[in-house]
Design a protein around this ligand. Structure first.
Ligand SMILES: Nc1nc2c(ncn2[C@@H]2O[C@H](COP(=O)(O)OP(=O)(O)OP(=O)(O)O)[C@@H](O)[C@H]2O)c(=O)[nH]1
Length: 392
């Protein structure tokens, strides 16, 4: 009898010990958001990185004791209504009026000039000037003018429709419909796809990450954002707001000027743990002539690659800055391998030809274009639709 009581006592004590060990384990693993190892030789001490959780979920509204590092104060306690973003298919069609309006002189101007009864040298000069003003670039302009001269000669007399068809064909060829413009946003095995967004100050990186998150959510992807722009104080908040609108969590630092590589690392780590499809990393604006900042960007990428590959590095260029974008693209591509261009602010410039110049000089496709400040004003780029928009 005594032996039976002793056995029961052992079992009860055993269960109690296992139970408390389990609770300690659960609490520490919930708090494991801070990365403490050395990631790169010049790593600063790790700062607190916050994971802003999905708005409207129970986890967000009822923080568990000891998990306060996981939640931002502003996200706790409020249920945010989540927007349903517009599907990306057909967006360029919807936004074509903006493109047409700002690039009126390119499309309509060329059509008018080429439809003249007699195209003399002064008309060819004007055609050349129109193309150069649209930032198509010297070499592509010369090539196009030569081809058009040849075709006009062969055509002899021509109707407006024939001119339009010829110009469309040549412009589409120049914009290159054969380039692969798909975004690498598919999970590979157990790991999420990682997209980094880079560029100089103020070109629209944070906005682009926010808009792209909406595109991906509309395509039923599970997304997580990383606010590695730790330089501009408001950038992390701005990004988290974009994310919250579509129910996407954001990893950010609670330390001003924190190590961006650290935040990127934590974001990817959280993305792997949460089994999301895509992790998108916003980076700080950096001038291409600041060597230290460019090195820092290389480091952000290297640190991410300690966990998984970076699938897309999108360089954001402001179309209104014209040819200067080419220089930026060259320097950025020396530090990180650019896989695609996002051309923003095409709604406010007549320099749509920069699409041609950038692709020709970089060999990298324009994958997305920004056509306004609205949340769904980012469209997948399509060569034919682009040309149609500027010709109509
Ligand atoms: N008209 C127009 N404005 C845009 C577009 N994309 C971004 N913007 C605006 O450009 C401004 C700068 O955008 P941000 O996303 O803050 O730029 P950023 O590159 O993250 O800036 P930094 O972090 O300072 O380098 C904002 O006012 C955006 O609304 C676009 O396609 N069209």
């Amino acid at each position: 009898m005594n032996d039976t009581w002793l056995l029961i006592l052992y079992i009860v004590v055993g269960i109690a010990v296992i139970g408390s060990l389990l609770m300690v384990f659960l609490r520490t693993s919930r708090n494991r958001t801070k990365y403490t190892d050395t990631r790169d030789a010049n790593d600063p001490a790790p700062g607190g990185t916050l994971l802003e959780d999905r708005p409207g979920t129970t986890a967000e509204t009822t923080p568990t004791p000891g998990s306060e590092d996981l939640l931002t104060p502003e996200s706790a306690g409020e249920a945010v209504s989540i927007e349903r973003p517009e599907p990306p298919a057909g967006r360029l069609q919807r936004l074509r009026a903006r493109l047409a309006r700002s690039n009126n002189s390119l499309g309509k101007g060329l059509l008018a000039l080429l439809s003249s009864d007699k195209i003399d040298e002064s008309v060819w000069d004007e055609i050349e000037e129109t193309l150069l003003l649209a930032d198509i670039g010297t070499e592509p302009t010369m090539q196009l003018v030569d081809t058009l001269r040849e075709r006009v000669k062969v055509m002899g007399s021509r109707t407006q429709d024939e001119v339009r068809a010829m110009l469309r064909e040549e412009l589409v060829r120049l914009v290159d419909p054969g380039m692969d413009r798909s975004l690498a946003v598919e999970r590979h095995g157990e790991l999420p796809a990682v997209v980094m967004v880079v560029g100089v100050n103020g070109v629209g990186k944070t906005t682009t990450v926010g808009k792209l998150a909406r595109v991906l959510v509309a395509e039923d992807k599970d997304v997580l954002l990383g606010a590695a722009d730790t330089f501009r104080a408001a950038a992390a908040e701005q990004l988290a707001t974009w994310g919250a609108r579509v129910g996407v969590p954001t990893v950010k630092s609670d330390v001003d000027g924190a190590d961006p590589a650290s935040v990127a690392f934590e974001a990817v780590k959280a993305g792997i743990e949460q089994e999301v499809d895509v992790v998108m990393i916003d980076t700080a604006g950096r001038l291409q002539n600041k060597v230290g900042l460019m090195d820092e960007l290389g480091k952000v990428k290297r640190v991410i690659e300690k966990q998984t590959q970076v699938d897309e590095v999108l360089l954001v260029l402001d179309a209104t800055t014209g040819q200067n974008g080419l220089n930026q693209a060259k320097v950025f591509s020396e530090v990180v391998n650019i896989t695609g261009i996002v051309l923003t602010k095409l709604d406010g410039t007549a320099k749509g030809g920069i699409v041609v110049a950038i692709q020709k000089s970089m060999g990298v496709p324009v994958k997305l274009i920004g056509l306004g400040e609205g949340a769904d004003d980012l469209a997948p780029f399509d060569a034919e639709q682009f040309v149609d928009a500027i010709l109509n």
